[in-house]
Design a protein around this ligand. Structure first.
Ligand code: KIV
Ligand code: ZN
Length: 387
């Protein structure tokens, strides 16, 4: 029996706080509905005390989306929790996500406080949030740089106070995968009462390790991952939903399941990118323009013989129509022949050799060779019916 991994999407909170990515309420509802169709378990819809716009969006998303749990962020402050509870009043399934910084640097510089007082504030916030909702998630901000022994005390105290999920954020994206995995393992083994709650990962990508750290957390016992579409989020971003979902799908040996309908990944990625005006880098795993584009001759030849030679993911599984063979100066005859056949042009070997020679000369001058170029080289033109 495989375990379920809960997908907590924070595109509309950690993602939306990125400069230039702000959405209006109508756009946020559009994204929330797409996330529901994608199959995410929890939508973090906003930080209601932060602005009237965020408050209103949490209300409207709660009305528009019914299957996922709607979550609202707060600091460990009563007023924040009151406002979050009010914003969640129409949600069918609701969660308050409250928390406080637990690393020594947060305790000293942000709160001018001490470790014992931080535990008291954490416990008080969880207890207060439980007066409004049954599902309370606690975040230990900067857990990545919090020492494990103290973190275990915090986690134990908040579970005892009623937290159902405990989030272990690598807020600054500092941890190495082994270190983050060991942190989750330590908590699983040293926190009494850990079976009453779920540990959650929340990894930032400052050193490009967000997905690796998230997976290390999952392999060591975390059963919720906090992710965003296209990996958008503070600074270098958060863990990408699409990367984790496809790792879990490809690696059957991990024996974990998610509720994600992976065929909705690409359309959702396009929607978020265009609404947020945030282009996806071409070589981005899973959803980048080149993620399924084969350009070298050796790879193209292999893929044309059998896609498994160079593809570990079927593009249809993420909602992309097909892989693409991009014709460049490194393409071989097999790719050229295949493209000509797609365009309805069949050539004898001798003709193909000549066209290939002309193609290489052109490809040396031009980065991308398009279909019209190919047809001209082959002496055919698009206006004729070649089939
Ligand atoms: O990165 C972080 O620590 C956060 C918390 C507010 C959950 O986003
Ligand atoms: Zn974050």
């Amino acid at each position: 029996m495989s375990d379920k991994l809960f997908i907590f999407d924070t595109t509309l909170r950690d993602g939306e706080q990125v400069p230039g990515c702000q959405l209006n309420t109508v756009e946020k509802i559009q994204v929330a509905k797409a996330l529901e169709l994608l199959g995410v378990d929890v939508i973090e819809a906003g930080f209601p005390i932060s602005s009237p716009g965020d408050f209103n969006s949490v209300i409207e998303i709660s009305k528009a989306v019914t299957w996922p749990t709607i979550c609202a962020l707060t600091r460990a402050v009563q007023k924040d929790i009151d406002v979050a509870a009010d914003a969640l009043k129409f949600a069918k399934h609701k969660r308050i996500h409250t928390g406080i910084g637990t690393s020594d640097s947060h305790i000293k510089y942000k709160f001018n406080s001490n470790r014992e007082e931080i535990i008291e504030r954490a416990v008080a916030a969880v207890k207060y949030a439980r007066r409004y909702v049954d599902d309370v998630e606690f975040y230990a901000e900067d857990a990545g740089r919090t020492d494990n022994e103290y973190l275990a005390r915090v986690v134990e105290a908040v579970i005892k106070a009623g937290a159902t999920v405990v989030n272990i954020p690598d807020t600054t994206g500092y941890c190495l995968p082994d270190e983050y995995g060991a942190k989750i393992k330590y908590l699983m083994e040293h926190v009494s009462g850990i079976e009453k709650a779920i540990l959650s990962t929340h990894c930032h990508n400052d050193l490009g390790m967000a997905t690796a750290n998230t997976m290390a957390g999952v392999l060591n016992g975390a059963r919720q991952v906090e992710v965003t579409i296209n990996g958008i989020g503070e600074r270098a971003g958060n863990t990408s939903l699409e990367e984790v979902a496809m790792i879990i799908k490809c690696h059957k040996d991990i024996e974990i399941e998610t509720n994600i309908n992976t065929q909705k990944i690409y359309p959702t990625s396009r929607m978020v990118s265009s609404l947020m005006n945030m282009p996806v880098q071409p070589n981005k795993a899973i959803v980048g323009r080149n993620a399924f584009a084969h350009s070298s001759g050796i790879h193209q030849d292999g893929v044309l013989k059998n896609v498994q030679t160079y593809e570990i993911i079927d593009p249809h599984d993420v909602g992309i129509d097909d892989n693409s063979i991009v014709l460049t100066a490194r393409s071989g005859r097999a790719a050229l022949k295949n493209r000509l056949q797609v365009l309805g042009v069949e050539l004898e070997q001798e003709q193909l050799d000549k066209v290939y020679e002309a193609f290489l000369k052109l490809a040396d001058k031009k980065k991308d060779i398009n279909d019209d170029d190919i047809l001209v080289l082959a002496g055919a033109d698009r206006t004729q019916n070649h089939r």
